[in-house]
Structures are given as C-alpha cells and as structure tokens.
Design a protein around this ligand. Structure first.
Ligand code: HAM
Length: 428
C-alpha cells in the first residue's frame, strides 16, 4: 500500500461538524457588513512580492521570515502568497482608480498565508475577513470601524471580547519617540533579550510588543508615545474616543499597542479575548493614511481592520452548541425498474418546489433503504415501488410524526402534501 499524503503543516481541513459553524459565521458577517454599507471586493491570493515588502515594511516579522514567496517558473517574476489583505486591497484601489470619485467602503474574505510556528489559534493558512475604508480622513470612520466589531461580537453571541486602543501619531512624531526609546532601551541593552536587541537597531517600537515576561518590567518603564503626539494627532485620538464614550462602548488605552505591520498612523486597535490562550487577538487594525501614496497612488486617507476567522469560530464553538446540519425534508426510496426510472423525475420536481431531497443511491432492498431513510433525519420518506410507479403515485411516510403515518399520493400532489404537512407542523 502506498503511503497516504497529509496536508501541509499548519494548513488545515475544516470538516463537516465544524464547517457549519464557519457558514454561520460567514452568513452573519455578510449581513453585518451589508448593514454598514460595505461592499465586497475579491482579490487575488498571489501578488507581486514587492507589494508586501513595500506595504508591510522590510523589517517586520512578516516580511523578514513569514512570507511564502517563489519565483514564477515561466518569467522569473517574484510572487508571494498574500500574508494579509490590506496591501492587495490598496493595490486594487489604485489600479482601478476606485476611490477617485467618492470614498469607498470595502470588505474581503479569504485565506492568508504566513510561515509562522503553528500552535492553537496560529496557522500557516488562516482565514480573514478584512474591512477597509478609503477616502475618509476624520475620526468618525475609525469609530465606525470599531463599533462594527462590537456589533459583530454581539451578533455572533460572543462575550468577553475587549477593546484595546492606541494612537501611533504621525511618522514625524514617531521618529522623535523612536529616538527617545532607543536611548531608553540602549541604557538597558544588557537586560534585553536577543529579539529586542535586534529590534533596537531595526524597529525599536516593536520591543514594546514583546511577549517575553522577562522584559515586562523594562517595557512598563519605557517612555510613552502619547507624550510626543502633536495637537492634530491628539484631537483625532480624542475624536475617536468621544464617539466610543457617546455610544457607551468600553475601551482600554494600551500605550504598548504598536502592531506588527509598518503602515499604521494615528488610531490602532485590537479586540482581545482571554478565552483562547496565547493567541487571543481576534481582530486588529487601524489607520494607514500614508499607504496609498507609498504604493504609487494619489495621497488618500484610509483605515481598516481584519479578523481571524479560525479564532472567532473557536470562540463561537466554545460559547455554544455547534449548529446542527439542516435536516433534509425527504429521503427518496425506490426499487424496481419502472420505479427507479421515475424516481429522479420525482426528486427533481420536489426540488422545483423548494423541497430538499436526499436521493437513495446504490440500490438495495426496501428494508435497507428504509433504515437509511430513518437514520438520515429526514421528515418524510417518499417511497416508489413498481406498484406505485404503475399507478402514477408514491407512498408518503412521515418519519418523525407519531405512528409513522403513511398514505398513497398522486404524483401531482406530492409536493403540496409535503408542504402542507410542514405548515400544519408549524401550527402545532
Ligand atoms: P494582523 O494583526 O496581522 O493585521 O492580522 C489580523 C488578524 O488576523 C489577527 O488579529 C488574527 O486574528 C488573525 N491572524 C493573523 N495571523 C494569524 C495566524 N497565523 N493564524 C490565525 N490567525 C491569524 C492585518 O492582517 C491587517 N491587514 C489588518 C488591517 C486591515 N489593518 C488595516 N486594515
């Protein structure tokens, strides 16, 4: 026997039983996005590598070590499986001149790829729903995006997802802060772990994001960016908070929230839960006013977020029962030559009437087919033998009603009988 092939590490199959929860999530998310006026955009999974190096930043974990990049064997072009959706969305907005006339509210759903060390809640292929708004400069859209998150958690029945908020100011303000931070951590260079020592040279703000408990005290004592924010940045940050307070949405300002991608300015936020272990950030985003210009477009303010679907589905499944797969309406049993020629037509005509039919395939005795009908969870068996076929009728048997009533019904009446029984059942 040859050896079976396994899926790639960190890239998972989502099997029936769990996949129904994904569908509930996706349906809820689509309705929620619509209710805020966001429109779908479908983007390629593969993009030119420089898109990500330019957008996300050369010295970020994603670009330095997590991208699945390869050379197109035909023309040598460097390509990358998208590690996130914002860069591709910005590319599309520029390429199609999308936000030139009016602001755009867009969303996308789909797989992203990062070569991280797999663990619970962290995968190499994972799925995001991303939301991006282009052409809005004021704090009102930042607040809208944050309020959207809160509503989705409530639509999904999730509790205990808390909001962390920070402002990264503008690039100039951050440069001053960076210098102060380098001076501070430089004084303690001997106490820094290896990662932080490297970041001190390349991306010192990211030291604040270190998860190493040994670094906690040092980070707590570090200077704060808020002290470097100018009046404009402060007003924007205050504007976002004002809306959240007016609506009554609780938040916590986390001065160490810096994000792992370089394109952000002003507002950044994360939605976090303690119920998923180490990978508790279910949604994250912020403003990225410089990115459109940086990728070759006309300057345009922008703001957005993305959520991790695996983490949210895990949270849904932890908080409630898995949704039952929809039970079928009818199991169609048939035996005999004439019956088996009639059966597909009957099944299709029931489906024409909007009735779900599980069609028995593979033959077998009436008895064995009826066992399968019972086990299927269907509400009715439609039974066709040569006797029924000859008379232009079927036998309709209620599988879940008491007494398992059955009767003969003319072909033209089957759909109506079933529909009536469903409606009567609703009244009961
Ligand atoms: P991000 O923080 O890199 O931001 O990812 C957003 C969310 O995707 C995370 O909070 C997490 O829930 C999920 N996620 C990320 N990596 C993994 C992984 N390896 N396994 C499972 N889930 C993961 C972005 O991607 C930005 N593009 C968000 C954004 C949109 N900012 C502005 N617009």
């Amino acid at each position: 026997m040859s050896q079976s092939i396994q899926s790639v590490r960190g890239m998972n199959d989502i099997l029936p039983g769990e996949s129904e929860s994904w569908e509930v999530f996706e349906q809820t998310a689509r309705a929620w996005l619509k209710s805020y006026g966001y429109r779908p955009i479908r983007l390629p999974i593969v993009e030119p590598t420089p898109l990500f190096t330019r957008a996300i930043g050369e010295v970020t974990d994603i670009v330095e070590k997590e991208m699945y990049s390869f050379e197109d064997s035909l023309n040598g072009e460097r390509l990358t499986l998208r590690p996130e959706g914002t860069a591709g969305c910005v590319r599309a907005v520029i390429q199609h001149n999308l936000a030139a006339q009016r602001p755009q509210r867009l969303y996308y759903m789909g797989p992203m790829f990062r070569h991280e060390r797999p663990q619970k809640g962290r995968y190499r292929q994972f799925s995001q729903v991303g939301v991006e708004a282009f052409g809005f400069a004021g704090p009102d859209i930042d607040a809208e995006l944050i309020l959207m998150g809160a509503r989705l958690w409530s639509d999904l029945g999730l509790e205990g997802v808390r909001l962390e908020l920070n402002s990264l100011g503008q690039p100039g303000e951050r440069a001053n802060y960076r210098a102060e931070l380098v001076a501070y951590f430089g004084k303690y260079a001997d106490s820094l772990d290896e990662d932080s020592r490297r970041r001190l040279r390349t991306n010192p703000l990211r030291i604040l994001d270190s998860k190493n408990p040994a670094m906690r005290e040092l980070i707590a004592g570090a200077p704060k960016l808020t002290a470097h924010l100018g009046a404009g940045s402060m007003a924007h940050f205050e504007g976002v908070q004002q809306v959240l307070r007016d609506v009554g949405l609780a938040y916590e300002i986390n001065p160490r929230l810096v994000r792992g991608l370089d394109y952000y300015n002003l507002t950044v936020f994360e939605w976090v839960t303690d119920r998923l272990g180490a990978q508790g950030t279910v949604c994250a985003g912020g403003r990225y006013d410089g990115l459109v210009e940086q990728l070759g477009g006309k300057p345009m303010p922008a703001c957005g977020f993305a959520m991790g679907v695996e983490r949210l589905v895990a949270l849904m499944r932890e908080s409630g029962d898995d949704p039952e797969p929809d039970a079928m309406d009818v199991y169609l049993v048939h035996q005999g030559d004439a019956a088996s020629r009639l059966a597909p037509r009957v099944a299709e005509s029931l489906r024409d009437a909007g009735i779900g039919v599980l069609f028995h395939c593979g033959g077998g005795s009436f008895k064995s087919q009826m066992k399968k009908a019972d086990a299927s969870g269907a509400a009715f068996a439609v039974i066709i033998g040569d006797d029924e076929a000859g008379a232009g009728e079927v036998t309709l048997k209620a599988l879940r009603a008491e007494g398992n009533e059955q009767k003969r019904v003319g072909l033209d009446r089957v759909a109506d009988e079933i529909m009536n029984a469903f409606f009567d059942g609703d009244d009961a």
